[in-house]
Design a protein around this ligand. Structure first.
Ligand code: BTN
Length: 226
């Protein structure tokens, strides 16, 4: 897969869309001026963080398998973080936390042809050595904070891009969810409900026990709190 390393870009996801010539790419940037998060939010992307997108084309990847794209990217982030001596936890469905605070988020933008995915752009932002603004206190952390030292940025980038070329399983994904089997809080619009998290289904939905009954919820409907 062709690799492009940029110093600055608006958004690595947008770069992939603009520069798509039909070839698969991994694009990294040292900073973004218009980083995008999920739910239309912006994603602060200062120097010291790693911002990356993987552009892939498919002959026709079944839309029913969409979740596996998330599995591969979240597990790649976790395995990379582990290599640096840090224990990551996946907060279903797409955040990676350390010590209960967010260290990485993923924004996946898929293009469909009928019920098939023909192109996916997996955008990952990771707080490596960047300084976090005060408003993210209690919400986010960085590898620099948790390890107490500056990481070798190039080594981290190499490790992550290497892990992103591999395939992982749902079991690999669930390995990083030690909270399965415990009580969690689901936030749905204004409503908060404490439920027992049971499992993650093959399609990526979270299986929970609510008022004695098993129900499945999708990430589009709820967000998760511990
Ligand atoms: C989130 O947690 O809301 C998802 C954040 C995704 C950020 C990454 S950084 C690289 C890629 N380019 C973007 O503009 N966004 C993603």
């Amino acid at each position: 897969m062709k690799k492009i390393d940029l110093i600055e870009v608006d958004s690595t996801n947008e770069y992939c869309k603009r520069e798509d010539r039909g070839e698969d790419l991994i694009v990294t940037a040292k900073r973004q001026t218009a980083g995008k998060g999920t739910k239309g939010r912006s994603f602060l992307s200062p120097d010291g963080g790693l911002y990356l997108s993987v552009l892939r084309h498919y002959e026709g990847y079944p839309a029913s398998q969409t979740f596996h794209i998330m599995v591969d990217s979240c597990v790649a982030v976790c395995k990379t973080v582990e290599k640096f001596g840090v224990t990551p936890v996946i907060r279903w469905s797409n955040d990676v936390l350390v010590d209960g605070l967010k260290i990485s988020g993923t924004l996946i933008e898929n293009s469909f042809c009928g019920d098939r995915i023909v192109r996916s752009i997996v955008g990952i932002g990771i707080n490596v050595n960047n300084i976090l603004p005060p408003e993210l206190k209690g919400i986010a952390t960085s590898l620099r904070i948790v390890t107490g030292k500056m990481l070798d940025y190039e080594e981290f980038r190499r490790e992550l891009t290497d892990h992103l070329t591999k395939k992982y399983t749902l079991e690999d994904y669930k390995y990083f969810m030690p909270w399965l089997g415990s009580q969690v809080v689901l936030q749905m619009n204004e409503e908060r409900k404490t439920v027992k998290a049971i499992d993650v289904a093959e399609d990526g939905r979270l299986v929970v026990q609510r008022e004695g009954k098993e129900v499945v919820v999708s990430a589009a409907e709820v967000s998760l709190r511990f």
